[in-house]
Write a protein that binds this ligand. Structure first.
Ligand code: ATP
Length: 350
């Protein structure tokens, strides 16, 4: 169901955990709130779930104002990082709990629990206790419990935080598949930018109690609206320079052409590490410099290089590697670097 948050403010003493948040999540959309620790993500989720009453602003679900409604009445499913299953109840009893609370008839409970178990692929685990399951399985039970009553909205607060990488990745895909299939409006919280890029229809980047930018993952990555977003989402080279007559003077690279209509004055330019090329392939590029390799990290399908330009500026490059490619240049070697000016993004000042 459509969720709309308008002008939410929540203060704790002198701290404004939320400093005026506006957010619309469309029906069936998977929206991620991405932000560093302390940016206000959990406080926002609590205000939406009904565990925090905001000082100002409103929360609407399907057009209905629920700002002051008790959590139970909102019909919202939630999954947290620490599974929060009832340890003395079986898996099936855990999943049945929200239905029992709603006093659903026994036959319906049985049917819905079986269906939820099937959806999270734990059909044969109904009689086990939570402690007899792995972390990933427990989190799937928590998910089944959150969706078994057909919630109007699903809230996920760092649900994979305690899991190892492989398990995280398979659960990310599983949750996404399930969410699409059930067309569940979902708000997902993470501080992991890679997870946000993998899972989301849209991402809202939060900092200091405010949404700094909201958009499609590709849009935020390619055209961040501020230095903070450029830095927080993905790896970045942020180059400072001065623009004059459509050209910026950049240390090491010389005059670099800027996009049309760029006013004169200070500019911050974003160049993603994968846009920086090194070695022979730079010969035909209009923006070139020389650098020393400070270190090289081999990552399997790519290598990450930290480079230092002659003027002292450090840059990051990411080189895609095929199995037949020669090894990347080692530490201490001198290399040519270059990029195409169309790969630059001018980061708005402010
Ligand atoms: N009950 C509270 N009392 C006082 N301050 C609080 C309370 N809850 C949150 N805060 C403060 O509000 C700010 C936002 O906290 P919040 O938990 O929403 O951040 P977060 O983005 O979810 O962080 P994390 O990723 O670490 O969970 C922080 O500065 C926090 O210290």
């Amino acid at each position: 169901m459509q969720l709309s948050v308008t002008g939410i403010i929540r203060r704790f003493g002198p701290v404004a955990a939320l400093g005026g948040v506006d957010l619309d999540v469309a029906e069936g959309e998977f929206l991620t709130i991405l932000g560093p620790s302390g940016s206000g993500k959990t406080t926002l989720l609590k205000a939406i779930a009904g565990f925090e009453i905001p000082d100002e602003g409103a929360v609407r679900l399907g057009g209905q104002d629920v700002t002051l409604a008790p959590p139970r009445s909102r019909e919202v499913g939630m999954v947290f990082q620490n599974y929060a299953l009832f340890p003395h109840m079986s898996v099936a009893q855990n999943i049945a709990f929200p239905l029992e609370m709603r006093r659903r008839p026994r036959a319906e409970v049985r049917e819905r629990v079986a269906e939820a178990l099937r959806l999270v692929e734990l059909d044969s685990f109904g009689d086990r206790l939570p402690r007899q399951l792995s972390g990933g399985q427990q989190q799937r039970v928590a998910l089944a419990r959150a969706i078994v009553f057909n919630p109007r909205l699903l809230l996920l607060d760092e649900p994979f935080g305690a899991l190892d990488r492989k398990l995280r990745e398979s659960l990310q895909l599983e949750v996404r598949r399930l969410q699409r299939r059930l067309k569940l409006t979902t708000l997902f919280i993470t501080h992991d930018q890679e997870e946000a890029l993998i899972m989301s229809d849209r991402i809202a980047v939060m900092d200091k109690g405010r949404i700094q930018q909201i958009g499609l993952p590709g849009e935020l990555y390619a055209r961040p609206a501020s230095r903070f977003v450029a830095d927080f989402l993905g790896e970045s080279n942020l180059l400072e320079g001065r623009a004059r007559n459509g050209v910026a003077e950049l240390a090491g690279f010389g005059a670099v052409p800027l996009p049309p209509a760029q006013p004169d004055g200070k500019v911050t330019l974003l160049l993603r590490p994968e846009a920086l090329r090194i070695g022979a392939s730079t010969a035909a590029l209009p923006c070139r410099a020389e650098a020393v390799v400070l270190d090289t990290v081999f990552l399997g399908q790519s290598a990450k290089l930290r480079l230092q330009l002659d003027g002292g500026t450090e840059m990051l490059a990411r080189l895609p590697l095929r199995p037949s490619d020669p090894p990347p240049p080692p530490e201490g070697s001198r290399v040519a670097l270059g990029f195409a000016p169309e790969d630059l993004h001018v980061v708005p000042q402010g």
